[in-house]
Design a protein around this ligand. Structure first.
Ligand code: NAP
Length: 245
């Protein structure tokens, strides 16, 4: 689909990647860009219309779908990362928040906006996922589980909405230079690079956008993950445990 002239909604548009997505859409000539946030006054990007929306609140999601009935491009960007392991996290609150936001919140948005997109000619959904959709790392284990669920959701929604002409794009990336990855001292993608690749992918009709070399390598190695991916993750984690002990 063409971005120019489209009407877009970006969730989590008050900061980080969501703000950059909204900026890129304005620059590419979208007719209207709604930027949603839990605190709408925090959406300050020029040319973006603020909308109040917590994606985990079903009433707010339904209200956003009524308020933004002209949307043809939905960008499910909002997400959380708790940096927790499966077995040593103090409780399940981080894992539940990640599942509630990254999986159920995104699912809820896809369900509410599917009829809106159908009424507006099909359009597109972009789901912001992660390289951790593809493999588990104890460093952010429960987050990876929520993004793996999001990957499955994305593939399923694509199948279900094909008949109405909706393109459903899964975006996978390694670390991106935003607040979410502020504690990480490893190479990071620029949010501008991610946004450009995503909307080039939407315009080209791609089902999937893999934003960096590491993500492309991991996806290519999936069929041999126990040989090619997990030994290095295991060594990294065993060294981290030894270092912390
Ligand atoms: N940064 C990375 O390394 C990285 C890598 C791969 C994928 N991603 C994904 O990229 C997306 C954007 O992340 P980011 O890096 O920009 O993170 P970020 O800087 O932490 O921003 C997260 C955004 O999501 C919003 N949000 C969280 N929970 C929400 C909820 N319940 N309802 C509505 N909005 C909510 C936040 O709003 P508040 O300001 O109200 O908290 C904020 O706008 C996420 O889906 C993330 O998982 C990030």
């Amino acid at each position: 689909m063409k971005i120019e002239g489209s009407v877009a909604l970006v969730t989590g548009a008050n900061r980080g990647l969501g703000q950059v997505f909204a900026r890129e859409l304005v620059q590419r000539g979208a007719a209207r860009v709604y930027g949603s946030a839990r605190t709408p006054a925090a959406v300050t990007e020029p040319g973006v219309t603020p909308i109040g929306l917590d994606i985990t609140d079903p009433e707010q999601v339904a209200s956003a779908a009524r308020q933004c009935a002209d949307v043809s491009l939905l960008v499910n960007n909002a997400g959380v990362l708790s940096y927790q392991t499966f077995t040593s996290a103090p409780d399940l609150s981080g894992a539940r928040l990640e599942m509630e936001t990254n999986y159920f919140g995104t699912l809820s948005m896809c369900r509410a906006f599917a009829p809106v997109l159908a009424a507006n000619g099909g359009g597109a959904i972009v789901n912001m996922l992660s390289v951790t959709s593809f493999y588990t790392n104890p460093f952010n284990a429960s987050y990876g589980a929520s993004k793996a669920a999001g990957w499955s959701l994305t593939n399923g929604v694509r199948l279900e909405l094909h008949h109405q002409g909706t393109l459903v794009v899964g975006v996978h990336a390694g670390f991106i230079d935003t607040d979410m990855a502020a504690l990480v001292d490893l190479p990071k993608d620029r949010p501008e690079s991610v946004a450009q690749q995503v909307f080039d992918g939407v315009e080209a009709g791609q089902a999937e956008v893999l934003c960096d070399e590491r993500t492309r390598t991991i996806k290519a190695e999936l069929s041999r993950d126990q040989e090619l991916i997990y030994p290095a993750v295991q060594k990294f984690w065993d060294d981290a445990i030894k270092g912390s002990g």
